[in-house]
Design a binder for this molecule. Structure first.
Ligand code: GLC
Length: 755
C-alpha cells in the first residue's frame, strides 16, 4: 500500500517538476511547456484573481469565490494578488500544483510600494533624498520582507512623472522631473529584483502605470490624458525605458486613455514602443479591472470586445476583469484573436515564473522560519530610519532656530498629527500594522522626556481612516484650540506639526485646494498670536500652498509621511543629530491656480516684456513657485566656485565645480546640473536637470564634483520618436537648486546625430 501511495505522490508531482528540472535554457523550457498546454490552460495563465477567501477555512460558499476556487483547481488561474502569509500562499500554491493537470505554479503579486511591514517614507519623500543608494536599499528591505511572506512580485515602482499636486498619487512617484525620476526608477527596480530573480529574497518588479497616468486632466484621478508627442517622448516615457534598461520583469498599464486610446488597449504603447522599439521581454498586467473599464471609456461595447481590444493592444494578463478567462477562448475559436497573441502572452508570463525559480520549487517563498524571523528586523528599522532622515527637506530656518537645543528651553509640541502613529505610514502601506509608526511625540520625548509639553489642538479628521473610504476632515470642531494656545504661550519654542493625513493622498485622493486642510491654519494663526518661535513640521503627501504659514513659521521642515520610524527621524533632524540634506522633487505652488507647475517649463513666445499685460503671466499671482524644484537648506552652508566646462571628443562635455562647506557642521549637498538648449528644432524647456551628485562634505572642507554630458544628456526626442543631438549653443547652471547656481556655456559644432 505504502509503495502505491509513494508512486501516486511521485507521479502527481512529476507534472511540474519535469518542467523545472528539464535541461535547456529558460526559453527552451517555456516553449516545451507551451506545447503541452491546451488553449484553456494558456488562457488560465493570463488570468489574475484577487485573494478571495479565508484559505484556512473550507472552500468558499460565496458564488464568485467558488468559481475562482474551481478555476484555481483546473489551471485557469495564473496569478493571485493580495494573498499574504506563508501559510495562505502555500495552501493556494498546493491546490494549483497538485490539482491542476500541468501543475503550473502561481505567481503572487502585492503592492509593496514603500516597504512591506517595515514602512519606508512615501516614494515622493524617498525621491527628496536624491540618494539612489538609500532608495535601492529601501526597496531591498521591502523585497526581503515581502518575499519572506510568500510574495514574489510587487506592483512597483510607480514611475509616473507628474506636475500636478492636485493628483493624489503624486505621493507614489518621484515627482516632476524625468531625469531624477528615471534614475530613481532604475534604483528601485534593482532594489526589488537584486541581481538574481531566482533568489528567495528578490521579487519581480513592475513598472507602472504605462503610460501617462500622471497627466490626468485637472489632477482628477482616472481622468483622461491628452498630451503631445514631445511631452510623451521627452517627459513621460523615459522613466519606463529606464526600468526596461534596469531589467524590470513586468509592466502594468494604466487606467487612463492616452490621446483617445485607453492604455490597456493601446498597441502603440504596449506593442510598438514597449515590446517593439524597446524590445521588452517581460509581461504586461492590466491595472485592476482596466480591461473591463474600456466599456466605461466607451471604447469597447462589452467585456468580450474589451478582451479582444486588450489582447490586441498588448495586455498579457487580466487583473480582476474576468474578461480573458470568460471570452478569450471564444475569440480565438472564432478567429477574432490569433492564438499567436495568446502564445506570446503566455510565453512572457511563464518566462518570469521560470526566472523566479517557481518551477524548480513552487514553495521556495514559503519559509515559515524566515517569515517569523523578519518581523521588525533591526536592520530594516535602521534602514528605513536612514532614508527617512535623508528624505527630509529644510525649507526655512531663520535665526538658525533649528537645530533645537536639547536642554535649557521650554519646548511645546502641538498638532493632531504630532501624536498620530497611523498617518505617517502613508496610504500605500497595506501590509503594515495600523498605528505601527513612531509618532513625533514619541520621537521627541526620547530626547527631552517629560520636559516636552504637548497639546493636540483641534482634530484633523473624525471617523474611520481606511484605504478605501474618504476621510472626514474636521472643519468645525475647534475644541483643543484654547489648550494649544496656552501651551504655546508658556513655551520658548513651538514645534507645530501640520499637513495631511496619510489617507488624504494616494489613489482616489485628488484635491482642488492645496491649502492646509481642516482647521490647521486657524491653529497656526492662534499660536502665532502668542509665540513667534514656531518650527513648522509638515507631514503631507503632496506639495501644499503654505504661503501664509511660510511667513508665520520661523523654521519649516518638510517631513512628508516618513513611515515606521517617523518620530525618530524627525526628532533626530530637529535636535541636530542629523543635518537635513533633502531637496524638493516637486515645485511647491503659491496657489492651486498655478498648477500644473514645474521648473522645466517652456519659455513661450511671450516671456516678456513685462511692462504691459501682453506676456505669459497671471494678473493675480506671480509665476514663480513658493519653493522651487531641487530646493532644500542645510544646518551648514555650501559655496560653489570654479565652474569649468571642457570638451571631450566631438560631443562630450565635462563640467566640474568646487563645493565648499563653509559652515561649522558636516553636511551633504545635492549638487545639481541644469542644461539649457538655447535653440532647437522643437521648443525645449528653459532648463532641464541633466546630472546630480549627493556629496558629504565635512565642515570647512571642499570637494570637486564632475559631470559628463554626452549623447543621453544633450539630445531630445523628435515628434516621430527619434532621438537626436543637435549642434548649437547650450547654457549650464550648477547649484543647490533649480533657480540659482554658477552659469557657463558651450557650443556643439556641426553635429546632428541620431546615434
Ligand atoms: C490599483 C492601482 C495599482 C495597484 C493595483 C493592485 O487600483 O491603480 O497601482 O497596483 O490596483 O492593487
Amino acid at each position: 500500500m505504502l509503495r502505491i501511495i509513494l508512486l501516486i505522490v511521485f507521479l502527481s508531482q512529476s507534472a511540474f517538476y519535469s518542467f523545472g528540472q528539464s535541461s535547456g535554457t529558460i526559453d527552451q523550457k517555456v516553449r516545451a511547456l507551451l506545447k503541452k498546454m491546451t488553449l484553456e490552460e494558456k488562457i488560465g495563465q493570463m488570468n489574475q484573481y484577487n485573494g478571495f477567501w479565508d484559505i484556512t477555512g473550507p472552500a468558499p460558499s460565496e458564488e464568485n469565490a467558488r468559481k475562482k476556487y474551481d478555476h484555481l483547481r483546473t489551471g485557469m488561474v495564473g496569478s493571485m494578488l493580495n494573498i499574504r502569509g506563508v501559510e495562505n500562499v502555500r495552501k493556494l500554491q498546493k491546490i494549483a500544483i497538485e490539482e491542476s493537470r500541468l501543475g503550473i505554479p502561481l505567481i503572487f503579486g502585492f503592492d509593496v510600494i514603500h516597504g512591506y511591514k517595515t514602512i519606508s517614507p512615501i516614494p515622493l519623500a524617498e525621491a527628496a533624498s536624491w540618494d539612489l543608494e538609500a532608495i535601492e536599499k529601501s526597496a531591498r528591505i521591502a523585497a526581503t520582507e515581502a518575499s519572506a511572506e510568500g510574495i514574489n512580485w510587487t506592483f512597483a515602482p510607480m514611475v509616473d512623472i507628474t506636475r500636478d499636486a492636485r493628483w493624489g498619487r503624486v505621493m507614489e512617484g518621484a515627482g516632476e522631473d524625468t531625469y531624477l525620476g528615471s534614475r530613481i526608477a532604475a534604483a528601485r527596480v534593482k532594489g526589488f529584483q537584486g541581481s538574481d530573480l531566482s533568489q528567495t529574497n528578490t521579487i519581480a518588479a513592475c513598472a507602472k502605470h504605462f503610460a501617462g497616468y500622471g497627466f490626468s486632466e485637472s489632477g482628477k484621478d482616472y481622468n483622461t490624458v491628452d498630451v503631445g508627442t514631445s511631452t510623451l517622448f521627452n517627459t513621460i516615457l523615459p522613466p519606463f525605458k529606464a526600468c526596461v534598461d534596469a531589467g524590470v520583469a513586468t509592466f502594468m498599464n494604466s487606467f487612463n486613455d492616452l490621446n483617445g486610446i485607453p492604455a490597456t488597449g493601446n498597441s502603440f504603447l504596449q506593442r510598438d514602443v514597449l515590446k517593439g522599439k524597446w524590445n521588452f521581454k517581460g509581461f504586461v498586467v492590466s491595472d485592476w479591472g482596466s480591461i473591463g473599464e474600456m466599456i466605461d471609456h466607451r471604447f469597447a461595447k462589452d467585456l468580450k470586445d474589451a478582451s479582444r481590444l486588450a489582447i490586441h493592444g498588448g495586455c498579457d494578463m487580466d487583473m480582476e476583469s474576468y474578461g480573458y478567462v470568460n471570452h478569450l477562448k471564444t475569440l480565438v475559436e472564432t478567429g477574432a484573436v490569433s492564438v499567436k497573441h495568446i502564445d506570446d502572452a503566455v510565453f512572457r508570463i511563464l518566462k518570469v515564473k521560470f526566472q523566479l525559480g517557481l518551477f524548480d520549487d513552487p514553495f521556495k517563498y514559503c519559509d515559515i522560519e524566515k517569515e517569523k524571523s523578519l518581523v521588525g528586523h533591526a536592520d530594516h528599522l535602521d534602514g528605513v530610519l536612514d532614508i527617512a532622515k535623508k528624505s527630509m527637506v529644510l525649507l526655512k530656518n531663520d535665526n538658525n532656530l533649528l537645530p533645537l537645543p536639547k536642554s535649557g528651553k521650554r519646548i511645546a509640541l502641538i498638532g493632531d498629527l504630532a501624536d498620530d502613529k497611523n498617518s505617517p505610514l502613508g496610504s500605500w502601506r497595506l501590509a503594515a500594522a495600523d498605528n505601527s509608526a513612531v509618532s513625533v511625540l514619541e520621537g521627541m520625548q526620547k530626547y527631552i522626556g517629560k520636559s516636552l509639553a504637548f497639546a493636540n489642538g483641534p482634530k484633523l479628521f473624525t471617523g474611520a481612516e481606511t484605504f478605501i473610504n474618504e476621510l472626514n476632515i474636521n472643519t468645525t470642531d475647534t475644541s483643543g484650540l484654547g489648550e494649544a494656545r496656552v501651551a504655546a504661550q508658556s513655551a520658548d519654542i513651538v514645534v507645530l506639526v501640520l499637513g495631511e493625513h496619510g489617507y488624504q493622498s494616494g489613489e482616489g485622493r485628488s484635491r482642488t485646494n492645496l491649502d492646509l486642510p481642516g482647521l490647521q491654519q486657524e491653529l497656526l494663526d492662534e499660536i502665532f498670536k502668542v509665540n513667534k518661535n514656531i518650527v513648522l513640521v509638515l507631514m503631507n503627501g503632496r506639495p501644499l500652498t503654505i504661503v501664509k504659514a511660510k511667513d508665520q513659521a520661523t523654521a519649516i521642515l518638510e517631513a512628508w509621511q516618513p513611515g515606521t520610524q517617523s518620530g525618530h527621524a524627525i526628532a533626530q533632524v530637529l535636535f541636530g543629530d542629523f543635518n537635513p540634506s533633502g531637496k524638493l522633487p516637486m515645485s511647491f505652488p503659491r496657489s492651486t491656480g498655478q498648477v500644473p507647475l514645474y521648473y522645466n517649463y517652456k519659455s513661450t513666445g511671450r516671456p516678456g516684456p513685462k511692462d504691459l499685460v501682453f506676456w505669459s503671466h497671471y494678473s493675480d499671482e506671480i509665476n514663480a513657485p513658493l519653493f522651487p524644484f531641487g530646493f532644500g537648506l542645510s544646518y551648514t552652508n555650501f559655496e560653489y566656485t570654479n565652474l569649468k566646462i571642457t570638451k571631450k571628443g566631438v560631443r562630450d562635455i565635462v563640467v566640474s565645480v568646487v563645493v565648499t562647506n563653509t559652515g561649522k557642521m558636516d553636511g551633504s549637498e545635492v549638487v545639481q546640473l541644469y542644461l539649457t538648449d538655447k535653440v532647437a528644432s522643437i521648443t525645449r524647456p528653459v532648463k532641464e536637470l541633466k546630472g546630480f551628485e549627493k556629496v558629504q562634505i565635512a565642515a570647512g572642507k571642499s570637494k570637486e564634483v564632475t559631470f559628463l554630458l554626452s549623447r543621453d544628456e544633450l539630445g531630445f526626442f523628435k515628434e516621430n520618436g527619434d532621438y537626436i543631438v543637435e549642434s548649437g549653443d547650450f547654457e549650464i547652471m550648477v547649484g543647490g537648486n533649480s533657480e540659482k547656481g554658477l552659469n557657463g556655456s558651450f557650443t556643439l559644432d556641426k553635429i546632428v546625430s541620431k546615434k
